[in-house]
Design a protein around this ligand. Structure first.
Ligand code: ADP
Length: 200
């Protein structure tokens, strides 16, 4: 049974407070800024940096971060291919709800599979902006921010992206950032992109 089949008797309720009205009040558009890349590539760092700058300009923002989501909404999911797919599907749906609420959503998930990211693009349409944080495995492994690469190399973490599970690079991301160095420059580049995309 598909997701639609299971909820076929549910009728969509139309709100009077529409996305357009929310965006008019916020004075910026909503959007999903989907940071993807290897663990340690800089997704969270950039997402939070950009959120801080947007907040200071009075924007309505929210960062959805891999670790946090996996403690709650997706706590029942593992890192198998199937569960990773379901993880991204839920986050995609949730991001789209935020966009309907007029919010600028910044997501920091490895999201290693191209097809999963493309499924989110299908949900959010032109509101979806894929931002590829490009850093080599060597650089990410040297950073080893959370000590996970060391543990993965020791065989303690199964299905670890880049080591024992693949990462499929985006083919046509809206933005590709070389995150091997120059953090400030990278952050400013992403910020400029977001400002333009949300008509700030
Ligand atoms: P991820 O969320 O992709 O797992 P993190 O943001 O947690 O990665 O960690 C990235 C690390 O790399 C941080 O310690 C950050 O300071 C550092 N870093 C160095 N250069 C950059 C850059 N250009 N962009 C983003 N992070 C960078």
């Amino acid at each position: 049974m598909t997701e639609q089949d299971k909820s076929s008797n549910v009728v969509w309720h139309h709100a009077t407070v529409t996305r357009n009205r929310r965006e008019a009040m916020n004075q910026h558009r909503g959007g999903v800024f989907w940071f993807t890349g290897l663990s340690g590539a800089g997704k969270s760092t950039l997402a939070h940096y950009v959120e801080e700058k947007l907040y200071q300009k009075g924007c309505h923002t929210y960062v959805l971060d891999g670790d946090n989501v996996r403690h709650g909404l997706c706590a029942d999911l593992s890192f198998s291919d199937e569960d990773r797919k379901e993880n991204i599907r839920r986050i995609g749906q949730m991001s789209n709800l935020y966009v309907q609420a007029g919010v600028i959503v910044l997501t920091a998930f490895i999201s290693p599979f191209r097809s999963d990211r493309e499924n989110v693009r299908k949900i959010a349409g032109s509101d979806f902006h894929e931002i590829y944080c490009k850093a080599s495995l060597e650089v990410c492994e040297t950073r080893d921010v959370k000590g996970l690469y060391k543990r993965a190399r020791a065989g303690e973490i199964p299905d670890f992206t880049g080591i024992s599970s693949p990462y499929e690079e985006p083919e046509n991301p809206e933005l590709e950032i070389d995150t091997e160095s120059h953090l400030e420059e990278c952050a400013d580049e992403v910020f400029k992109y977001v400002v333009k995309a949300v008509d700030l």
